[in-house]
Design a protein around this ligand. Sequence first.
Ligand SMILES: Nc1ncnc2c1ncn2[C@@H]1O[C@H](COP(=O)(O)OP(=O)(O)OP(=O)(O)O)[C@@H](O)[C@H]1O
Length: 579
Amino acid sequence: MKNRISKLISYAKPFILSIIATIILSILVSITNAYPVKIMKNITDDVLIAKDLKKLQFVVIGIILLMLAKGVFNYYRIYLQNYISGKMVRNMRNELYEKVIYMSHDFFNKSKIGDLITRFISDLTMVQNVVTLSFELVVQLLTIIILLGNVFLLNWKLSIICLVLIPASSGIVRKYSKKLQNTGKGMQESFSKLNSLLQEILNGINIIKSFATEVYEIDRFREKNDENYRLTLKNVKVNARVRPLVEFTSTLGVAIIAYYGGLLVINGEMTPGELMSFLTSLGLISEPLKSVADKISAIQTRRHSINRVFEVLESNEFIKEQKHAKKLKKVKGKVSIKELWFKYNEKEDYVLKNINLDVNPGEMIALVGKSGSGKTTLVNLLPRFYDIKKGEILIDDVSIKDIKIESLRKNIGIVPQETFLFSGTIYDNISYGSIHKTTKKDIIKAAKMANAYNFIMEFPNGFDTEIGEKGVRLSGGQKQRIAIARALLENPPILILDEATSALDTESEKIVQDALDKLMENRTSFVIAHRLSTILSADKIVVMENGEVKEVGKKDELLAKNGIFKKLYDTQFKEVKEK
Ligand SMILES: Nc1ncnc2c1ncn2[C@@H]1O[C@H](COP(=O)(O)OP(=O)(O)OP(=O)(O)O)[C@@H](O)[C@H]1O
């Protein structure tokens, strides 16, 4: 944790001048906070007891001016401390975003989206609070130091008594701050769980409705919401105990001092003004003392958020790029897979076992096999979404590990099973992979080739139609055609089509398949296929089973073998063929 606090402090380095200015202003505010006690002695001894009207006027004007100055100092101090904390957190949020966007698929498989969003929004806001609270703590501590200095100057014997009482109350604070840290952690985690559950439920709302599991989901939500309520209340309870305890100890202290101080005045060892000043100092000290307790407990509650933010900032789950990695130039599209082994987790079995495959430029490869046989895993290794454990993949005889990741991925186009479209216009979405490199003419041409032009032009705003949450909703087939236009525009020499038509009805499938055929022309294509016609026209059919390539060849060769493909063909594709 200490390490993380020092890391948090390192984010403050760029604002060192503002920090110095804030500390100077904090000292000035603390002096103005404590100054009334100095005046108190004069008012009592030199004004009230001496009955001096002139001095009274002078003192009153002085107090007014002091309060004015305090207001000005405080304004700039509060502004500056929020400027620093705001900028620090803005920088951290940007860094977090840059980190997350480059994270590997492994990281996203393990993370929950809701939990990640909580780290971005609520945890970082908590971190900002910690910074602001720390500045506030400085003012309060400085005020305490100045007031303590004053009491020592007035009477050291009385001051020693204070020194016994102050650690007593801070001991209580320390005891509770540990407790607060734990309850704060529990509260933050339960918020995060609630957030994740909400995300999951809202994303899966269609499934919930189709299975009519609303009641089950309501129960699940209530359980988590109750837990959140309990933990929040627990935190409030611990928090609420700190304040009265500190208040009680400080009031008890003042009573003891007042009695002993009264004796000193009666014995002539102190003037009444000095005692008044002493007691006022103590009265004023109790407020910053309570405030320090509050601020420390607030910081403790938020410490867990610092951890959660740094957990992501410190994680290194990237696909590592070699120092000597090069950009690909004019790719022909030859792909060679050599003795490739892969598993997702160290402890589990290999998902792909000793895969060997040679693909010539422009060839179309159809990957077939039962669900879970490893087709998607294999194609995901081409753009290095995951790293190969043993063996290698070469593009135009260069190992993909020696290619710059951006260059590798720009040369591989992907049309997934279901396309994700970003909010924005149709133009924006088609040009997504080639922003700044395309003209409207190119976009229209790509849309025409992707059989998307006609449906786009049916919208009143054509290519400027907004899609996504605030705009029109596209059908599955329309989305796929946008994805195909996107891929056409990117013009990659290698293509991956992961069952790109599987979620579509027959009518839509035909139009999309036609667009896909145009897209595949002159490109090396890996097609995870369930459609008979796709498979029939493939240059090579690769039959996978339990992570192994069992058969490779053209349709007729494989049928003649009378092996796995023949069985698949007879069962899985027979029905389609008959249709
Ligand atoms: N992210 C992951 N983490 C761990 N295991 C995974 C992951 N993704 C897939 N697997 C496992 O790897 C194996 C191969 O899965 P893969 O998705 O590649 O098969 P597939 O042939 O594409 O299946 P389908 O046709 O159903 O999409 C399966 O046993 C699956 O459970």
